[in-house]
Design a protein around this ligand. Structure first.
Ligand SMILES: CC(C)(COP(=O)(O)OP(=O)(O)OC[C@H]1O[C@@H](n2cnc3c(N)ncnc32)[C@H](O)[C@@H]1OP(=O)(O)O)[C@@H](O)C(=O)NCCC(=O)NCCS
Length: 162
């Protein structure tokens, strides 16, 4: 079976913080996207592109000097899509106190060298936790697609590509 998950671990640096002194939300989004990408590529063995990012939650701030840990794991595969749940926590290295800070869902598709979508291996959930995360991924995917359909009913003033 291909690698299902990826872990990133590093210290939050002064260059990562915003004007309020906490790690910038955009920085965290970049790290989550990178972890999700590495996970989808590891699973599919191919270049992957992001289809959608959703359900981003910032539950607690991260401070400079804390050890940031991101875990990205495949939780659902569709016909072509790979759905990755990314969670993050921060640890104070002096006290080892750890707390969850973020999570999100990122959907990818794998592509060949010509950019065509290709099928990725299918993920089969095993544990109760896996099954719950798969249900969550399916619910988020359906919500996202339904919400997008509402937007598609708009009249756009942007010209089409071709
Ligand atoms: C990603 C892209 C190739 C998808 O092309 P597309 O023609 O829309 O493809 P499809 O409609 O067949 O959807 C592909 C898969 O994504 C899923 N999907 C579509 N919209 C989704 C959404 N909002 N949330 C989750 N999954 C979604 C589809 O269900 C399908 O999965 P399935 O085959 O498992 O059912 C195309 O939209 C694209 O090139 N987007 C730009 C990508 C990009 O620049 N990303 C950022 C940098 S990597």
């Amino acid at each position: 079976m291909p690698n299902r998950s990826v872990d990133f671990q590093f210290l939050a640096e002064p260059t990562h913080v915003n004007f309020g002194g906490k790690v910038h939300g955009g920085m965290m989004m970049k790290w989550m996207d990178q972890a999700g990408y590495a996970c989808a590529v590891g699973w599919s063995g191919a270049y992957c592109v992001t289809v959608s990012v959703g359900a981003i939650r910032f539950s607690r701030p991260i401070l400079v000097g804390q050890l940031v840990h991101l875990k990205a794991q495949v939780v659902h595969t569709g016909q072509t899509s790979i759905h990755v749940f990314v969670s993050a926590d921060a640890t104070d290295p002096k006290t080892s106190a750890q707390r969850e800070t973020n999570h999100c869902m990122i959907s990818f598709v794998a592509t060949d060298e010509a950019g065509h979508i290709i099928q990725a291996p299918q993920w089969q959930p095993v544990t109760e936790n896996d099954k719950l995360l798969e249900r969550y991924a399916i619910a988020m995917k359906q919500l996202s697609i339904q919400a997008e359909q509402m937007l598609n009913e708009r009249t756009l003033d942007i010209p089409p590509w071709n």
